[in-house]
Design a protein around this ligand. Structure first.
Ligand SMILES: Nc1ncnc2c1ncn2[C@@H]1O[C@H](COP(=O)(O)OP(=O)(O)OP(=O)(O)O)[C@@H](O)[C@H]1O
Length: 537
């Protein structure tokens, strides 16, 4: 679950993975399908340009035969000749005995490594089902067929494939879980939690949680079928060259994530792995800026918090890091980290180790976890030394001053752990939250009045983040409280926000539209997919 960033992403789109998947396609690209080439295959198909004399020779040969005018036309345009959907006819012109059969197509592997060594050759050494283009995943009981078309991503639990559902004539995303009992069991929890959330808590699909359609076992792999979504937020930030998104978009996404988190809180469910990779844009062009939360593979009920090693490191809350009991408030911490990252383009706490993570939290936020947490947490002694009497601990005390705990220095940690803690790069010039957000570069050539407007919204953002990346889980804002903050509601920010006590109510986001007037925003330079190109990031 730990990741290295900016490169680290569980989705199939890091530089290395892109090269790998491109190579996989190139290796086997001479295959052709009766239905023609899909655009992605076109982009990566091998093209060997014919040199002039070769082409003339071929032309001559064809002319001599006197009946291959169609073929000649193709030779003049070799790219068209190689990629045309009429290639079967072309082959038949060359050899009247030629018969096309899909079975003769070389397999196009989507899984790497693609050698079958487990499960009678169906699985690779990582217990992943070896996926090939056009492999059909069959839900036997329902006689339902899902034809694999592409790989969308992979992660700890397995692979996610884009599949054609011939029952509904639409594409879906199928998560194919690794063939191992522990993953199988945990994935069943994902099925149960998502089914409950979808059916019981959000029947009208208004809370930005991915929809689950079906699940079944294929070749000993649990397959979970979801609605097909688009780019994840980490990819979106990456497309923007890690320069952060406009405040208008950050606000819009925040509102929707909060709407999802409010539902989770109401259902007593903790996501446990909220991060930009697990928030995806919807594929619909009708609501272009709509997002959904995915990956409930680590989720648990609030009253059944069995695992202590949860949350991806950059988004890990202090209570999880310290081994203290946790609640839905840990997702609010991750949410705060995500909001900051959407604005900054880089993670707020890119800790290279847990020691580094805690050090960055203490520096950037100021203060430290409250003494009542440090007193009861299992891992406190890994990171803190006690410098006073534990009897002096007041339950509500959370400030650094007056605490009986002091964070270990790097040297003290090394002496205790017998190894140097990994310390990552400093990405920000300034080391406290206010300065990091206020001094973040404004978009070039932004008129003075827009700078003034944006600096006001940045103040609101700082106040908003402070309520989320709050060390004390009891004081951290709930989704409902956060959703009333001026940064989210768009009301003018005049003074620090004091949330009213928690009331059980789930806010619903409707009529999603992009408000580009909220903040001037940063620049957006990368080539975007059609679904994101019209977002004013
Ligand atoms: N419904 C979907 N539509 C489109 N792409 C998806 C969908 N679900 C997952 N993906 C892609 O697959 C990737 C991995 O999915 P997911 O996070 O569910 O797997 P995981 O094995 O649980 O990953 P992790 O290692 O983060 O726990 C996602 O980051 C995303 O890019």
């Amino acid at each position: 679950m730990d990741e290295v960033r900016p490169e680290g992403s569980s989705s199939c789109s890091t530089e290395a993975e892109q090269t790998q998947s491109r190579d996989t396609i190139v290796e086997t690209a001479p295959s052709f399908s009766p239905s023609g080439w899909c655009p992605r295959e076109l982009a990566f198909a091998p093209f060997v340009p014919l040199v002039e004399d070769q082409q003339q020779k071929e032309d001559k040969r064809v002319n001599a035969a006197g009946k291959f005018s169609k073929y000649r036309a193709f030779v003049r345009k070799p790219l068209v000749a190689r990629l045309t959907k009429e290639i079967v006819e072309t082959y038949q012109i060359c050899n009247p005995q030629f018969k096309y059969s899909e079975d003769l197509n070389p397999k196009r592997f989507l899984t790497s490594p693609s050698t079958g060594v487990l499960n009678d050759g169906y699985d690779n050494l990582n217990s992943d089902l070896i996926l090939t283009v056009n492999l059909v995943l069959i839900h036997v009981e329902k006689s339902r067929r899902y034809t694999v078309k592409d790989l969308l991503g992979h992660g700890t639990f397995g692979q996610v494939a884009k599949c054609w559902d011939s029952d509904t004539n639409s594409f879906v995303a199928v998560k194919i879980i690794k063939n191992q009992p522990a993953y199988y069991q945990q994935a069943l929890v994902e099925v149960t939690i998502l089914t409950t959330l979808n059916k019981k808590y959000d029947p009208e699909d208004k809370h930005h949680i991915v929809r689950i359609f079906d699940y079944f076992v294929y070749q000993r792999h649990l397959c979970i079928c979801f609605e097909l979504l688009d780019t994840n937020l980490y990819e979106l930030i990456k497309m923007n060259h890690f320069r952060g998104l406009s405040l208008g978009i950050v606000q819009l996404f925040s509102k929707q994530i909060l709407c999802g988190l409010a539902l989770l809180k109401d259902a007593g469910i903790i996501h446990c792995d909220l991060k930009p990779e697990n928030i995806l844009l919807c594929a619909s062009t009708v609501k272009p800026a709509e997002i959904k939360i995915i990956d409930f593979g680590s989720a648990c009920m609030e009253n059944r918090t069995v695992y202590s090693y949860i949350q991806s490191r950059y988004y890990r809350s202090p209570e999880v890091l310290l081994g203290y009991q946790y609640t839905t408030a840990i997702d609010m911490w991750s949410f705060g980290c995500i909001v900051a990252e959407l604005f900054l383009g880089l993670p707020l706490f890119p800790g290279a180790s847990e020691f580094d993570l805690l050090k960055r939290m203490i520096e950037i936020i100021g203060g430290q976890p409250p003494d009542y947490v440090l007193r009861d947490a299992k891992n406190t002694s890994k990171f803190f030394k006690c410098i006073g009497s534990l009897q002096n601990i007041e339950i509500s005390e959370g400030s650094k001053n007056g605490s009986v705990y002091q964070a270990l220095t790097e040297e003290e940690y090394e002496a205790r752990d017998l190894k140097k803690p990994s310390i990552g790069k400093e990405y920000f010039k300034h080391m406290n939250l206010e300065a990091i957000v206020s001094n973040y570069p404004y978009r070039k050539n932004l008129p003075q009045e827009d700078i003034a407007k944006e600096s006001q919204i940045r103040l609101a953002l700082i106040d908003f983040l402070r309520g989320l990346v709050e060390f004390d889980p009891a004081k951290r804002w709930s989704p409902f409280q956060a959703s009333k903050h001026p940064f989210v509601t768009g009301e003018p920010f005049t003074h620090p926000y004091r949330p009213s006590p928690e009331t059980p109510h789930i806010p619903v986001v409707q009529n999603i539209k992009v408000d580009n007037h909220k903040g001037g925003g940063h620049w957006f330079a990368a080539g975007l997919s059609p679904n994101v190109s019209h977002l004013q990031l």
